[in-house]
Design a protein around this ligand. Structure first.
Ligand SMILES: [Zn+2]
Length: 230
């Protein structure tokens, strides 16, 4: 297997891409470019070799790769690892609150310029409302706070991969990034059951990042369902 050149390995390690399990060389290159604007197309060709396990592209393939890159949506720099764990930890506190209230433990936070402007935890049972998912509550609070239904410069942190309903709301709100803690194999619409954020026809705005740590962020959910079936 082609190994990742050292210059790329160090750059990828400094940002969250390394944890993103992403094999989309265009997406990874676009993220690198967001962080390191002067990086050249050499990196795209190297990523192509490494991630698609292909031989080094010939001249014609290189032109094609550059053309594909130019059709990619705009990527924003990812928050630092420290920022991600800080806000995901706060979302985890909200998930814990849901757990205490006998709700499926999921927490979400909306952040704008490092300020928390919306937060929520799952409350479907107590509110008798299927819409009362953590993400929807957090989005609604952020929209009220900003007085705008568009959340262009905001990042949503959520402990678990969003469902189809929440993913739709997130895309419609034009949030720029969604960062999730653990994947949700049964209902996840980001990477598991559907990949709605990859659909360039409907999503020009929102970049999905995760899972950040499957082992850590799945613990509360596993505990909840184990306790429920006892
Ligand atoms: Zn949901």
């Amino acid at each position: 297997m082609t190994s990742l050149p050292r210059y790329l390995a160090t750059k990828l390690a400094t940002i969250n891409i390394a944890k993103n399990n992403c094999d989309d060389y265009q997406a990874v290159f676009a993220q690198l470019k967001a962080h390191y604007p002067s990086i050249g197309f050499q990196a795209l060709f190297d990523l192509y070799c490494y991630l698609s396990k292909s031989p080094y592209p010939n001249r014609e393939q290189q032109q094609q790769l550059i053309k594909e890159y130019k059709q990619q949506p705009k990527y924003y720099p990812l928050p630092s690892n420290d920022t991600v764990s800080h806000f995901l930890q706060l979302a985890q506190q909200l998930a814990l609150q849901a757990f205490k209230e006998d709700e499926i433990p999921i927490g979400a936070i909306v952040v704008c310029n490092n300020e928390i402007i919306g937060q929520g935890y799952n409350q479907t049972r107590q509110r008798k409302d299927i819409l009362a998912h953590a993400e929807i509550i957090a989005l609604q609070e952020a929209q009220r706070y900003l007085g705008n239904y568009r959340l262009h410069d905001c990042v949503l942190y959520v402990t678990v991969e969003p469902c189809l309903m929440c993913s739709g709301a997130i895309i419609n709100s034009r949030i720029k990034q969604v960062i999730f803690g653990t994947s949700e194999p049964k209902t996840g619409a980001g990477i598991s059951q559907y990949q709605v954020f990859n659909n360039k026809q409907v999503n020009h705005h929102t970049q999905l990042i995760g899972p950040i740590d499957n082992d850590y962020y799945s613990q509360l959910i596993t505990k909840f369902f184990r306790y429920k079936t006892m």
